[in-house]
Design a protein around this ligand. Sequence first.
Ligand code: COA
Length: 322
Amino acid sequence: MTGKIKGTGSYRPVQVWDNDNLSHMMDTSDEWIRGRTGIRQRHIAGQEETVAYMAARAAEKALTDAGMWPEQIDLILVSTMSAERIMPCTACEVQKLIGAVNATCFDLNGACTGFLLALNTAQAYLGQQIYHRALVIGAEALSHLTNWQDRSTCVLFGDGAGAVILENEESAVYIQATHSMGNGGESLTCASRNRPEFTETRADLSSTYMQMDGKEVFKFAVSKVPEVILEVLEKAGKTKEEIRYYMLHQANQRIVSSVAKHMKEPLEKFPMNIENLGNTSSASIPLLLDEWNKKGELKAGDWVVLSGFGGGLTYGASLLQW
Ligand code: COA
């Protein structure tokens, strides 16, 4: 018994900043950002658009898509590293906002691999038949964790949320592989502000924004993502030819293209929407899934590989049948 995706939903904040907006704020250009990353614009959450709010809006759309009521959900998992509140967890806030009164709720932080890890966690509960219907959400307001003085990172990120509904089905297939490399963790960091030196003094806050060794992270992604995708295909006994889509975390168009090249697979099998959204961390895979689902690009029976990678360092891939 495994969960099958029955519905998807997403939320994009109203405010959009394109590269030209950023070039008025700092020494950068549309040409540089587009050339290095493929990003043209990103959505930036307003004050009312909290992580819980965005997550709840995405969840409501996923419920509508699945034709389910909130009361039917018995597990809510939210993957986030940018929630405004540590407690209550965002999943409990979503429960309150959508009225999913029967659900058990908790959050999980796996940085940009977080949505995949949350999906794996939900599948483990469903596989054991502890729960039968799960709502899994990736939601981020990365603009709160972005140092707007640091042009090498701030141009990359955006805000948003995506959600999927899983329901147990006898014939569903879900196979996953994940890895963590704690030794490489210093290449992508963001310190918590919840420490005395930050709250009691006017200490330098720069470490409490995302900091990154871009070249190291790039090398890590282009070597490990193809590896873990091939690992999951081998586990499943599937060939590359059988895969309809590889849906990768949207960190950089050049990373996605390089993975496709490495795997000798056509780029058309790697959907991308980073151009419009930037890197939304754990929201990126469900945002992409929802976009392709709503465009009618996913057909029943299609084999789809999801792959996430990022802070930790962490990475993984999952195979599912649509
Ligand atoms: N606008 C204009 N110039 C910029 C800039 C910006 N926003 N950011 C950096 N630069 C400059 C640098 O100062 C440097 O100038 P210099 O040559 O005069 O020193 C030059 O551009 C090259 O910088 P570099 O950092 O070497 O660029 P890069 O080719 O490595 O590209 C990234 C930078 C961040 C786009 C790239 O490393 C990357 O995508 N890494 C992966 C990041 C990622 O995906 N992280 C999230 C994973 S979940």
